[in-house]
Design a binder for this molecule. Structure first.
Ligand code: 6GU
Length: 239
């Protein structure tokens, strides 16, 4: 998979060289490229924002650098710039006004060949950029949840981590992807390791029983009970 990120704070993404995703990048499974939006400006001050038409507080990101960035990155496909071949990219703009990101969103996006993330700052990006982007690929506005961040960078970090670990080969043991919170609509069961007694706290004895059927049933019960307690909204309505 190829991922391009455009931001005025590219160093936010330095963390993606660490750990699992770093290894995926080194091995070539994940082709992750982070770009500075200011590289597509041409004035001496590398300006990316301006005052809003109609007035109001704050600044709006200018369309021109975004247009040039997306033209270049969306054409980074086989063939020529004029006549690219292969699937069109999916262009994602993190936005608190977008559809909410779920595990199902991550699963869907993990199947795409080319994702472009455009991180907005200030009061947002000139609306015409979204129209223009729709000529180049499938545009999605995606939110992490119902709260406001200062910019899209942290949201995109979260999305890339959620998507990246679902790409085949990124997580060493694919079974560890299955028994996880949200994968089957329930929260994860509790985990324990040695010692069996720690500060007078015992590991639930069933886990030491060797009875795999009983352990599986107990874990399922724990999942349902935790979900009922912490996230009842995830459970189907009972009558
Ligand atoms: Cl994707 N962006 C910003 N700026 N704030 C958010 C968000 C995204 N998701 C939740 N809050």
């Amino acid at each position: 998979m190829r991922i391009d990120v455009v931001s005025i704070f590219p160093s936010y993404f330095d963390g993606l060289t660490l750990s699992l995703l770093g290894r995926a990048r080194d091995s070539g499974i994940l082709d992750l490229n982070v770009h500075d939006l200011r590289d597509w400006t041409s004035d001496r001050h590398r300006t990316v924002d301006d005052t809003p038409y109609g007035g109001g507080a704050g600044m709006v990101m200018k369309p021109e650098p975004w247009g040039l960035a997306l033209d270049q990155l969306a054409s980074a496909r086989a063939g020529s710039v004029a006549e690219p071949v292969g699937p069109r990219p999916t262009i994602i703009f993190p936005s608190p006004a977008g559809e909410v990101f779920h595990q199902s969103t991550a699963r869907e996006l993990a199947d795409h060949e080319h994702l472009i993330f455009g991180c907005g700052r200030y009061e947002g990006i000139d609306e015409r950029v979204f129209e223009e982007a729709a000529e180049l690929g499938e545009v999605r506005l995606i939110s992490l949840g119902d709260y406001v961040l200062n910019g899209g960078e942290v949201a995109v970090m979260a999305m890339i981590e959620a998507i990246g670990r679902l790409i085949p080969g990124v997580v060493g043991n694919p079974e560890s992807l299955v028994e996880e919170s949200h994968e089957d609509g329930l929260l994860e069961y509790p985990s324990y390791t040695k010692p069996s007694v720690w500060r007078d706290r015992e590991v639930p004895p069933i886990l030491l029983s060797g009875n795999h059927g009983a352990i599986a049933a107990w874990r399922r019960e724990q999942q349902i009970e935790r979900t009922r307690r912490r996230r009842p909204d995830l459970l189907p309505d009972e009558g």
